[in-house]
Structures are given as C-alpha cells and as structure tokens.
Ligand binder design. Structure first.
Ligand code: BEZ
Length: 252
C-alpha cells in the first residue's frame, strides 16, 4: 500500500469516498466517549465525523501526504502514521472503523491486518468497515485489461475484492464473529467531464509501472476511456461501477 497520493486532488475530486463512509459509521453501536480507531483515515474527514458523533478518536494512515492534510484540517485530532498490516496500539480501543481501504491490501496480507485489529481491540470490541467487494470495478478493470493487451502489455488488477463468504470466513478464522454483512452495487458519480480519466490516473498506479513512455500510458488511458463511454457515461455523467462489501463484526 505504498502509494504516493496527490492529497489535495484526493480531497477535492474524490470527496464521495468519505461522504459515503458516513453511512458505514452508523453501524457502530457504542456510547459517546468510546475509543475509536479510524484505520486508513486518509484526509481525516471521516475521523472528524466520528469525533462529531461523540467518540474519542484517533486516525492512522500509511500516507504522510494524506496525514499532513488531515492534521492541517483537524488539528485537535491525534493522527499517526502506521501500516495496517503491522501495527500495535499503546491502549486497546472499543471500535476499529475503516472505509475504502482494505481492497488496497493484498489477499495474502489480510490475515496480518485482521490480527493487528484483533490485538488493537478490547474483548467484545467492534470491527466495522466497508471496502470494494466481489465484482467491484469489473467493467473498468476489463476495459483496462483489454487496452493494455492491445498495446502489448499485461494488466494485473492491483486490488482485492472478496465475496461475503470469503471475507466472513477470514474474520471467523481469526477470532471475530460476523454480525452483519452485505454486498451491494453502488454506481458512483465521478466529478466532471474527465471524471473517468481522472479516476484512472488517480487510482491505477502500479499496472502502469511496466509501460515505458508517457505517450503509451496516455494512449492506453484514452482507449480505455473511449471503451468505457459505452457503459459508464450515462446522461452526460461518468460513473464508477463500485460494489461495496460492508461488515460489522465483534472480537470474541
Ligand atoms: C474503491 O473504493 O472501491 C476503489 C477505489 C480506488 C480503486 C479501486 C477501488
């Protein structure tokens, strides 16, 4: 998950990420004053929303760029840098919350992350989260794969999008009880007439590492965008074909 983010663009053009996260936070069932860790807090917008609900919050993220935006925006909140697959808290918390983060963690590393969360929680503590689930961005990733292939490159999707069954088993095998799980499509409007191009440039980084020139990269992107117009450009607006996996679980 070592990605260098354009933190300002992330905040201005992709604000839907934290707007949608508010409904995930509604799954938390804990009294005001409870200790809540926002795991992968990004620019801190949702950490602030959790603070406004009365929780005693901290935010952790791997990205110094995003953390510096978070600290500037919400100077009273404690934000710290950490790797979601390798962290230890000085004091256990009542709730670990996370939005739109776990699809960035490769499948093999998910048990490490879940174990860190287990150790970070008090007994009976809640682990509430949402991320991209099975089928997420299927249309976008297929178009990218086709366009990479036509230019002589291979495309390996750099995300983990599990089903409910797969992820619930992973949680149960690592000490959690699943209380609620849902997988649902959520087509998400992107900002502006270049919304899809901007989305690809913002989020699809590692597959382009093998593409040797900016010109080739631009060609692949414009061909992908052209192809995606047929399905994801609707009434003059771009949509990303998001599918969300939303889960509430408790530490046994
Ligand atoms: C997501 O939130 O589902 C997502 C965001 C960026 C890239 C891939 C997936």
């Amino acid at each position: 998950m070592n990605i260098k983010w354009d933190a300002e663009k992330y905040t201005s053009d992709f604000s839907y990420v934290h707007r949608y996260g508010n409904s995930v936070a509604e799954l938390i069932d804990a009294p005001a004053g409870s200790l809540v860790l926002d795991l992968g807090c990004g620019n801190g917008a949702l950490t602030k929303a959790l603070l406004d609900k009365g929780y005693n919050v901290t935010g952790m993220d791997a990205s110094e760029e995003l953390l510096s935006v978070a600290r500037k925006s919400y100077p009273t909140i404690n934000f710290f840098q950490g790797d979601a697959t390798n962290f230890v808290l000085s004091e256990p918390v009542d709730v670990v919350f996370s939005n739109a983060v776990f699809h960035w963690i490769e499948k093999e590393k998910q048990p490490d992350m879940i174990n860190c969360v287990y150790n970070a929680l008090k007994e009976g503590g809640q682990f509430v989260f949402e991320f991209g689930g099975y089928g997420n961005n299927r249309v976008i990733n297929s178009a990218l794969a086709e366009s990479f292939a036509e230019h002589g490159f291979s495309y390996r999707m750099p995300f983990y999008f599990p089903s409910i069954g797969e992820y619930a088993s992973l949680l149960e095998n690592n000490g959690f009880q699943v209380k609620y799980a849902t997988l649902f499509p959520r087509p998400t409007e992107l900002k502006g007439e270049n919304g899809m191009e901007n989305w690809i440039r913002m989020f699809i980084k590692t597959p382009f590492a093998t593409v040797p020139s900016t010109q080739k990269k631009d060609e692949i992107i414009s061909q992908t965008v052209e192809e995606l117009k047929k399905e994801l450009f609707i009434n003059g607006k771009w949509y990303a074909d998001y599918v969300r996996l939303r889960i509430k679980s408790t530490r046994s």
